[in-house]
Structures are given as structure tokens and as C-alpha cells.
Design a protein around this ligand. Structure first.
Ligand code: 0WE
Length: 257
């Protein structure tokens, strides 16, 4: 029971295929108590049913663009977990669908900032809100999800790439700030995983095929692989690991061709 007695908050479950759910399941199976947030009525029932299956003490709505909502959610988390939090999983991203299709050059100002707000600033805001609860627990571990498209130009990833670059840098600055409270901050960089977010993207099967063809391990990645890597970063086995990115992409990132 690697997470026995640990208290976790997981942001970003939409359905059973979500990367956030694969991580939450690992935590719960390892003995953690896991609270969840969801975004929007459409997925509320999905998340409530999944949360109930792991006896979650809290399921609550969170729009990460809303500072007052973040304050409310962390107050609720403090209530159910006796003022302490050990683990925060941030698995949240959003860009307008039309900005993941055309040319990056055409991204309008408002949607550029919206993508960064939801996909990157949300980590900063939730890490800040988690800080006192994690300090009260003697430290904590935060994991977010990133993608190679923040480091290299991946066709069509566009403004999400800019948001992931912001997220990747934020991981390092948060790691520095929060280290003094024994709070670690890391990212998992996954290869393309078939989730709800991926299914609506044209050409997703092609991306999986490219990873299968060109990566050293010649196989695509699933949410459970990502869950295992996140569990490592969230666990005590990674107690001296912070500010880093762990690639779960069959080695694709190591290739030049
Ligand atoms: O980060 C992502 C995708 C996140 C995402 C997905 C959507 C689809 C629905 C963010 N916003 C939206 N907005 C929607 O309306 N990935 C790493 C998966 C992904 O998305 C791509 C990729 C890959 C890989 C988009 C274009 C090209 C490659």
C-alpha cells in the first residue's frame, strides 16, 4: 500500500479513459483517499460514478479560470482531509478546437490567452492554493501532464504547444518556490493517448502510427502507462525528484528522425 494514509486531489477526470482517472485509480488502489474535481454538467455523472467506485470523500465542480472557485475547492479539500493534502494531480488542458486545426499564425489574441489560462496558469493557481495544506502535511507532490509539442513544433498542436511551454517552465519555477516546504513539482510527458480530448482531433490515429513506426519501442502509449509513471513521481520513491519531466512516449522524444 504505497499511498496508505495519503490524501490526494485529482483535477481533470472526464471519463474512464482519462489519464487523470488512470492516475487516480493507481493512487486509490495504493491506499490513498482521493478527492476529485470536474468541469461542466455534461461529465458530472461520469466523475461521480468513478469517484464512488473508489469511495471518494469529495467530488466538486471546478472551472480553473475562476479564482473564487479555486479558493472554495481547496477549502472543501481542507475540510474533508483535516487541513492536509499530500498529492495534487493536474491533468487539465483546453484550446479551442478550431485552433488545433488551422495555422498557429492565425490564433486570435483572446483564444491564445484562454489556452494558456486553462492549460498553464491553472497549475500555478492550484499549486498556490495547495501550498498551505501540503505544508501542514509536512510536504507534498504535484504532477502535471505535458507533451512534446511544447518543446518542438508538432503540426496542428499550435497554441497548445505554447501553453505546454508555459506549463513546462512553470513546473521548474514552482519546484524552486515550493521546495522549501518539501513540495515537489514534476511533469509527465506522454505520447499520444486515446482519450476524450484526443478522439475529437483529426489525424489522431496517424499520430499513434507515427509513434509506433519511429519510436525505439515501436508501440503506442496508454493511460495506464502514464498512471504508473505519475505514481512513481507522486510516491516516496521520488522523494528527491523535482522540477523534472518524465517521458512516457516509447522513447519517441529521443529520436532525431
Ligand atoms: O494536449 C493534448 C490535447 C489537449 C486538448 C484537446 C482538445 C480537443 C477538444 C486541448 N484542447 C482541446 N480542445 C477541444 O476542443 N494532447 C497532447 C493530445 C494531442 O492533441 C493534439 C495533438 C496531440 C498529441 C492536437 C493536434 C496535434 C497533436
Amino acid at each position: 500500500m504505497p499511498f496508505k494514509g495519503k490524501r490526494a486531489l485529482v483535477l481533470g477526470v472526464a471519463n474512464k479513459r482519462s489519464i487523470a482517472w488512470a492516475i487516480a485509480k493507481r493512487l486509490a488502489d495504493g491506499g490513498a483517499e482521493v478527492a476529485f474535481t470536474f468541469q461542466g454538467e455534461r461529465i458530472e455523472k461520469n466523475v461521480r460514478d468513478l469517484a464512488a467506485s473508489v469511495s471518494s470523500p469529495l467530488v466538486t465542480e471546478l472551472d480553473v479560470r475562476d479564482d473564487a472557485a479555486i479558493e472554495r475547492v481547496f477549502a472543501e479539500v481542507g475540510q474533508v482531509f483535516g487541513g492536509k493534502l499530500d498529492i495534487l494531480v493536474h491533468s487539465v488542458a483546453y484550446a479551442a478546437a478550431e485552433d488545433l486545426e488551422g495555422r498557429f499564425t492565425d490564433t486570435p489574441r483572446d483564444r491564445f490567452w484562454m489556452a494558456i489560462d486553462v492549460s498553464a496558469y491553472s497549475l500555478v493557481a492550484t499549486a498556490r492554493a495547495a501550498q498551505p495544506l501540503m505544508a501542514a502535511a509536512g510536504g507534498g507532490s504535484i504532477v502535471t501532464m505535458t507533451y512534446l509539442g511544447g518543446e518542438r513544433a508538432v503540426p496542428h498542436y499550435n497554441v497548445m504547444g505554447v501553453a505546454k511551454a508555459t506549463l513546462d517552465s512553470s513546473v521548474k519555477y514552482l519546484a524552486w518556490d515550493l521546495g522549501e516546504q518539501n513540495i515537489r513539482v514534476n511533469a509527465v510527458s506522454a505520447g499520444p493517448v486515446r482519450t476524450l480530448a484526443a478522439r475529437s482531433i483529426a489525424g489522431f490515429p496517424t499520430m499513434e502510427s507515427i509513434v509506433e513506426e519511429r519510436s525505439p519501442l515501436h508501440r503506442h502509449v496508454d493511460a495506464e502507462d502514464v498512471g504508473a509513471a505519475a505514481a512513481y513521481l507522486l510516491g516516496d520513491g521520488a522523494k528527491n525528484v523535482t522540477g523534472t519531466t518524465l517521458y512516457v512516449d516509447s522513447g519517441y522524444h529521443a529520436m532525431g528522425m
